[in-house]
Structures are given as C-alpha cells and as structure tokens.
Design a protein around this ligand. Sequence first.
Ligand SMILES: *[C@@H]1O[C@H](CO)[C@@H](O)[C@H](O)[C@H]1NC(C)=O
Ligand SMILES: *[C@@H]1O[C@H](CO)[C@@H](O)[C@H](O)[C@H]1NC(C)=O
Ligand SMILES: *[C@@H]1O[C@H](CO)[C@@H](O)[C@H](O)[C@H]1NC(C)=O
Ligand SMILES: *[C@@H]1O[C@H](CO)[C@@H](O)[C@H](O)[C@H]1NC(C)=O
Ligand SMILES: *[C@@H]1O[C@H](CO)[C@@H](O)[C@H](O)[C@H]1NC(C)=O
Ligand SMILES: *[C@@H]1O[C@H](CO)[C@@H](O)[C@H](O)[C@H]1NC(C)=O
Ligand SMILES: *[C@@H]1O[C@H](CO)[C@@H](O)[C@H](O)[C@H]1NC(C)=O
Ligand SMILES: *[C@@H]1O[C@H](CO)[C@@H](O)[C@H](O)[C@H]1NC(C)=O
Ligand SMILES: *[C@@H]1O[C@H](CO)[C@@H](O)[C@H](O)[C@H]1NC(C)=O
Ligand SMILES: *[C@@H]1O[C@H](CO)[C@@H](O)[C@H](O)[C@H]1NC(C)=O
Ligand SMILES: *[C@@H]1O[C@H](CO)[C@@H](O)[C@H](O)[C@H]1NC(C)=O
Length: 614
Amino acid sequence: MVASSFLSFLCFCIVFLIPLCIAEDPTAFYNFEVSYITASPLGVPQQVIAINGKFPGPTINVTTNNNVVVNVRNKLDEHLLMHWSGIQQRRSSWEDGVLGTTCPIPSKWNWTYQFQVKDQIGSFFYFPSLNMQRASGGFGSFIINNRAVIPIPFDTPYGDITVTIGDWYTRNHTALRKALDDGKDLGMPDGVLINGKGPYRYNDKLVPDGIDYETITVHPGKTYRIRVSNVGVSTSLNFRIQNHNLLLAETEGSYTVQQNYSNLDIHVGQTFSFLLTTDQNASSDYYIVASARFVNESRWQRVTGVGILKYTNSKGKASGPLPDPPRDQFDKTFSMNQGQINQFGGALMQYGSYSYKNIYVYSWEWWNVSASGARPNPQGSFRYGSINVTEIYVLRNLPPEKINGKRRTTLSGVSFVNPKTPIRLADKYKLKGVYKLDFPTKPLTGPPRLETSVINGTYRGFMEIILQNNDTKVHSYHLSGYAFFVVGMDYGVWTENSRGTYNKWDGIARATAQVYPGAWTAILVSLDNVGVWNLRTENLDAWYLGQETYVHVVNPEPNNKTELPMPDNALFCGDLSKMQKPQDISSAKSFESNGSMLLLTIFLLVSALFYIYQ
Ligand SMILES: *[C@@H]1O[C@H](CO)[C@@H](O)[C@H](O)[C@H]1NC(C)=O
Ligand SMILES: *[C@@H]1O[C@H](CO)[C@@H](O)[C@H](O)[C@H]1NC(C)=O
Ligand SMILES: *[C@@H]1O[C@H](CO)[C@@H](O)[C@H](O)[C@H]1NC(C)=O
Ligand SMILES: *[C@@H]1O[C@H](CO)[C@@H](O)[C@H](O)[C@H]1NC(C)=O
Ligand SMILES: *[C@@H]1O[C@H](CO)[C@@H](O)[C@H](O)[C@H]1NC(C)=O
Ligand SMILES: *[C@@H]1O[C@H](CO)[C@@H](O)[C@H](O)[C@H]1NC(C)=O
Ligand SMILES: *[C@@H]1O[C@H](CO)[C@@H](O)[C@H](O)[C@H]1NC(C)=O
Ligand SMILES: *[C@@H]1O[C@H](CO)[C@@H](O)[C@H](O)[C@H]1NC(C)=O
Ligand SMILES: *[C@@H]1O[C@H](CO)[C@@H](O)[C@H](O)[C@H]1NC(C)=O
Ligand SMILES: *[C@@H]1O[C@H](CO)[C@@H](O)[C@H](O)[C@H]1NC(C)=O
Ligand SMILES: *[C@@H]1O[C@H](CO)[C@@H](O)[C@H](O)[C@H]1NC(C)=O
C-alpha cells in the first residue's frame, strides 16, 4: 500500500517535476489561517485579526515573476477576502480579492489565491478588504525583490525591515461598522500602532504602564532598507526616527530620486522604502515616531505611535521629548511641498511650470528615470507625457451625506453598492442587470444616488483621472491592476488650464495617491490590463460608506493571453450561488496538522497547474 502510493507519487513527480524544472518562474507558497486572537496593543484587551496567530500577519517575501500561492483559511465568524494592495494582478482580476471581482470566502472555508507578481519590484501590503476588517488587523507587508539580473539603484542594504503603521481604535471592526451604520462618525482614534504594538512610554501621563512596544535592533555603521506602510483606518501619519535621516528610495514599486528627509508624511494605504544609515553614536536608543497629521496636536497627542531604534552597542534608553513633528499642522501646503524645499533633480524644473505661491508644487517623489528596475506599462516606455489621452474622468468626493435616510459617501454623486454577483463573473456567465457601465465622466449635479455604476474603460486606452477632494480631510485613492502616473496636484478646483502644470516627465508611477482637502490630484493610466479594477478611497470609513467604483476593461477580442481564464476554484455567489459546491469543512484541519507529504503534493499539483496555464 505504502509502496504503491509512493510509486504513484514518484510517477507524479516525474510527470510534473520535469516541466517544473524547465519552467523558469518558481512558486512561493503561503498558508494563511485567519482568526481572532486577544491582544491589548493599547492596554485594553480586544479581539484582533491574526494570521497564523500573528498580529500583524507574516511578511510575504517573494521575487519578481514568482508565482504566489496563498491558501487562506477563514476562521473568522464572517466573510473574508484578502486583497494584495498594489500587486498588479496582471491579466487576472480574479485574484484581486475585492467584492467586485471575487465572491467572499465564507466563514470556516478556505480558498487558494494563485497569481504571478509580474514585472513588479518593491514594497506593498495586504489586508482583508471587507467590512472594515482592516481596522481589526489581518494586514502585513508584501515585498517583491529584484532578480539578480535586474539591479536596483542602490547597494544591497545590510538589512531589510518591514514596518506597518496605522491609527487604531480599541473598538473592533464590528463596533466601528455599527457606528457607521448608525450614521455616526468614527471619532478620534485611540492611538497609533507600529508593527501592531502600542507606544513606548515616552510620557508617563500620556502612555499607561505595561504596554508592549516595537523595538528595531540595528548594528552601528550599516545601511538598512525600511519599508513603511500606513495600514490604518483614515489618519495621515508623519513618520520620523530621532537623529536619523530617512533617504527616500522607493514607493510602491518605483525607484524615486533619492532625497534625505527628517520626517515624511505617509497617507493611508501608501508604502515607502527608506534607506537608513546607522551613523549615530548610540549614546542612547532613538525614538521611532508615527504621529497624526493635519490635526490639532494638543487634542490628538495620544494618537502617536512610538517605537525604539536600538543600536546593538546602545548605552541607554531613549528619553526626553519626541523629535518634533513638522510645525505646520494647519498649513497643508507643507506636506505637498516637502520635496521642493531642498535639492531635486534638474529634469523637473525644465518641464512645465510648478510654481504655487512661489513654492514648487508637486508630490514629493519623482521617479528616477535613469534607474533600472521593473517599469510600469506601457512596457519599456515611460514617456507617458507624449501619449494621447483617450478618456477623461473627473471624480469628486464630498463629505458624507444622507441618501434615502442613510449616511453615505459618494464619488461624483454616486454611492457605490456592491453587486451580489461579482462583475467579472456576471460577464462570464452573461448575467444582465448586475451593474451599469455608466459611471459619469463628470460629477453629477442632481441628488446623489446609490448605484452599482462602473467606469467603462477602453482596452489600451490612456485615461486621465482627476481626483477632486471636496471633503475636509486628506483622502488617498487606490486603483488596482495598474501603476498610474501622478502628474499633477494643486489646491482649488481643477480646470482644463490645470494641465499646463502637469509633470510630463518624471512623475512617479504608483498605486495610491493622496488628495488634500480642497485640492485635486491628476493621474494618468494606461489601460493595458484586462479585468475589473477597484478604484477607491483608502480611508476605510468613507470606503465602507460607498466611496469606490470599478474600471471595467475588456478586450473586445477575448483570448487567454490578455486575460487568464477564470480559475478552477472560483467561488460562486449571488445569482450564481447555485453553482457553488459545498465545501467539506467537517474534515478541514488546521494547516499545522497537515502532513508534509500532503503539502508537497499540493505544491506539485498547483505548480503543475500554473505551468499549464502559462
Ligand atoms: C466586537 O465588539 C463588540 C462590542 O464591543 C462585541 O460584542 C463583539 O463580540 C466583538 N467582536 C469580536 C469578534 O470580538
Ligand atoms: C483548502 O485547504 C486544503 C489544505 O488544507 C487544500 O487541499 C484545498 O485545496 C484548499 N481548498 C481550496 C478551495 O483552496
Ligand atoms: C538614479 O539611478 C541611477 C542608476 O541606478 C543612480 O546611479 C542614481 O544615483 C540615481 N539618482 C538619484 C538622484 O537617486
Ligand atoms: C526576504 O528574503 C530574503 C531572502 O530571500 C532576505 O534576504 C530578506 O531579508 C527578506 N526580507 C524580509 C523583509 O524578510
Ligand atoms: C543622506 O544622509 C546621509 C546621512 O544620514 C548621508 O550619508 C547621505 O549622503 C545623504 N544622501 C543624500 C542623497 O543627501
Ligand atoms: C553622541 O551624540 C549626542 C547627540 O548628538 C551628543 O550629545 C553626545 O555628546 C555624543 N556622545 C558621544 C560619546 O560622542
Ligand atoms: C486645539 O485644541 C485645543 C484644546 O481643545 C484648543 O484650545 C485650541 O484652540 C485648538 N487649536 C486650534 C488651532 O484649533
Ligand atoms: C496625438 O494627437 C495629435 C492630435 O490629435 C496627433 O497629431 C498625434 O499624432 C497623436 N499622437 C500619438 C502618439 O498618437
Ligand atoms: C464601453 O466602451 C466601448 C468602447 O471602448 C463601447 O464600444 C461600448 O459600447 C461601451 N459600453 C457602454 C455600455 O457604454
Ligand atoms: C467644496 O465645494 C464647495 C462648493 O464648490 C466649496 O465652497 C467648498 O470650499 C469646497 N470645500 C472643500 C474642502 O473643497
Ligand atoms: C481559454 O481557456 C479556457 C480553458 O483554459 C478555454 O475553455 C477557453 O475556450 C479559452 N478561451 C479562449 C478565448 O481561447
């Protein structure tokens, strides 16, 4: 019995291992068991969402072009979807993990994501995308390393450190959800977590005793890459490390013009890499700070995350006041102009006019156009400034307002209602009436509506999107499936004349862009990735209340090269729920108890499937 099964296993290996050896893109496997655990990051016990018992979840650490397989088991008491924020999911919105593309994973079920991280190198993060769950955790870093043949524009750092920062409530996501459903505002967060931990006790009055804080240990005289993601609910955070420069090097897969900062704003959903040189004398430990931005600091003091940077030869504890935040809490121009204050590459000044109140206006990061590395599409070309725009959308948000008696948020007057059947699935099974391809190109003037209204994107079109923020707080907007070029940003209302200020040369390509209140941000995106792609605010409360839509991009001549077939394991729901086979959850074991042989078999099977698909 054992022998025969071993024999068949051997045959299996021969059949599948050989092609595997030829297939050049290796596969990385992860098991994610998503469950509640009790933690007290701010000194108050609460249920947080953990992955494999860890909060935050493990870092996904892969190399460009790897196939990634993540078997997610949902041990929560509600639906779950994992979203890989900034991972482009080329040709496969099926794996994007948002309600418009994928049916949710029911409680107690598991579902396996399979995707390739194609032509991307950089720092991203993942999180549970449904129902405010990110406010309870379930997030972690997602990094894609370069292959040795593709150099990146700095020496390999001595160490690579991932950091998640985010505002945090001691209420869990169901309580926050209920507040929003009841028409309330979430109010001020209770603190800021750094890698899931509360603040170091830098001040006895503000921080209670006994809180576990994050310590990052470093060797003196080295350079580290620190990748920081704001995974919070809705607060922009200012990040700084006492006595140290942060050399900005990368953002969401684009290598930037390298500049030193003493502090930097990271908006919700954004990720940056810094190079940190440990060049201080270690007379003490140093504070790592993430503090709320654009707020009244005297009221928001407790919304400050504090960790410790500890040199191995440290001579004492950090003490005294925290390093200063930027002294401009009510001058929002500072964050916008941060990059212009000192040196920057000559290229920008030659291209277009960037002057605003005598200060150069633009986001602070520029693309290092001479650096190698993965390029956003159009492949091999980053001369986006000379591509003709084929479609233009002006999207405007507003503060929450009542629609049919419910407090909702809108984009251009549309408050998005998620379809019961995911959009792409509805296409595939030719279901009518699930959604409308009628998202307005300009904000609607009439009363706001609740709709499943989607942007009709033209395959291979070049779209200009103007994000106009009429709310009173900073929003960051995210588009799945692409890296878009951030070409302009200014206060006031965008007009056609605003195009004269666009950066047509070295705008950064990224997945998330901030829009300041009373200001606009313009992005350009090449619609070369077939699928249905989520466009949303990253601010969780406004997202939950309807501030999102999708960009629907289909190839009029469908084939399996421009879009991968629907995965075999696709879940069915809504109008297609009859097609869903029940999952035998009675025999479902924890991942830990699986035999290694079984895992190996799954490994081979899935790899083989991937090989066949390519
Ligand atoms: C979340 O909090 C609510 C009320 O505060 C509580 O009833 C509920 O059990 C909590 N949920 C979880 C998963 O802990
Ligand atoms: C669920 O996990 C098991 C391994 O624990 C795996 O064999 C199975 O394929 C997974 N199911 C899905 C739908 O991904
Ligand atoms: C841009 O990248 C090139 C090539 O790697 C590198 O030599 C240069 O120092 C970088 N420039 C800046 C300003 O970061
Ligand atoms: C990722 O893995 C590589 C080895 O493949 C390792 O050198 C690096 O430190 C890891 N990075 C993180 C952040 O874990
Ligand atoms: C940034 O600061 C470090 C010291 O912390 C210094 O060694 C480096 O030369 C600076 N780099 C740039 C581009 O200014
Ligand atoms: C270390 O640096 C601090 C701050 O710059 C300075 O006050 C202190 O005297 C230095 N200590 C030594 C031993 O050099
Ligand atoms: C900030 O809040 C404090 C305390 O509530 C208040 O006294 C102060 O006037 C506020 N500052 C501004 C600029 O609104
Ligand atoms: C862009 O449009 C202009 C005017 O409509 C046209 O002359 C030009 O050839 C177009 N450029 C490209 C790259 O298609
Ligand atoms: C969507 O756009 C395509 C052109 O890209 C057009 O052919 C189609 O009719 C549009 N669909 C709707 C519903 O407007
Ligand atoms: C929102 O729009 C109204 C009307 O155009 C304008 O008066 C107001 O200043 C705007 N507020 C913001 C924050 O943009
Ligand atoms: C794509 O592949 C699937 C199965 O892998 C096949 O059923 C389908 O016909 C193919 N579609 C096209 C347009 O080639």
